[in-house]
Design a protein around this ligand. Sequence first.
Ligand code: TRP
Length: 459
Amino acid sequence: MASRGGFNSRIGFIAAAACSAVGLGNIWKFPFEVGNGGGAAFVVIYLAFAFLLCFPVMVTEIAIGRKTQKNPVGAFTALGHKNWRFIGILGVLAGIFILSFYNVVAGWAFGYFVEMIRGNFAIGAHFSDFITNIIKVGGYGIVFMAATAMIVSKGISGGIEKASKILMPTLIIMMLGLVAYSFTLPNAGKGIQFYLLPDFSKITLPVMYRALGQAFFSLSLGMGALITYGSYVSKRENIITSAVYITLADVGIAFLAGLMMFPFVFSQGIPPTGGPGLIFVTLPGIFGSLGSTLGVIIGSAFFLLLSFAALTSTVSLLEVPVSYVVDEIKIKRKVAVWLVAGLVFILGIPSMLANGYSDFFTHFITYIGAEKATDFMTFISHVANETFLPLGGALIVFFAAYIWKKENLNKEIEEGFPGFKGTIIERYIDFAISYLAPLVLFSIFILTVLDRFFGVHVF
Ligand code: TRP
């Protein structure tokens, strides 16, 4: 293990995996998905998916990683099932797709940090100008990808682990403060109602698959990111408790983000269906309302922390293809990092152009049966988040239950958790990975592809 590096401490792994999970997915994406998904009903479905389906997938990924000490592709070979490597390859591809657009949004967040320092609270109203300013967006994108590459090239304990430990608590404290402030605003109650009082008639198939995609994305599941992180974990680690902490941290921060956002959104009279612009349109005005000095301090600190949260996630996204290249093609880590980062940046250029700058990428594709065209960035996120990740998750648990065999999975979990055998958690995980998760995930995957891309509405 020494040559590949590893986490120095127990808390280091949990912090790093939690920081991989917590990112733009929680603070940027979750609120606008809730807004588009009709509010509290989406939240309920999301929570159910996170705890009942995603948690067993998470445990399985970490266990496969720790058992094999390999990247997601090599892991399947190491377990003696070379024919299943394609799952890992799907994962590496998903990582590359996700990082290509994620980096663009991370660049926006960093750009907003700069605008907040300058006291430009009016930027909220000019969000669409900001994202079509290709010089800024490209420049911030380069800065962000380079920062990610620098951390990843430093290896596991030096870069990823250190950065993770300080940033998360700071972010949580800041958000609690903002939640408290949001409650004092007019119409806060309406926002909270929208967020927390479910209207179950709003649960439709699209709401289900968006919630599933969101849960997978937010927990960093389905593409082997946690196989990779698990590969650096020591045998003394208790995988179950680690997974509980990671899930709670991730879901908790997403929940806080919603609690903060909806009072803000309703107090400003902004429609909650604002899509990817929601936080970028809403928050600057809120910070401005704090007065110029306090607004600059809180506003810039918020977007700086958001940038850091994004950074610990881009790091985990880049780590997957890099660990694949390092292990399987056997080139030096440094070289691999810059090669992959460069490639992903180039792949991200269409996403940068897809928000109004280029007509072609802004109206990239019209799904069969759809009324409006979908832009390239949204399209690639649909492909990655709503199809690749649930499919990857389904295949990973199917593989663990029936090919690798659940006895072997259980044995791996028992290392670091001697009392695991016979517990109700063991029985639930066995049930979930053998029946519940493969069935639900495969079905939703197929229904999603039909519904989203081909206009075939089974329900
Ligand atoms: N979970 C991160 C977020 O919510 C994004 C992310 C990082 C991710 N690594 C991943 C998503 C691996 C899927 C798979 O911001």
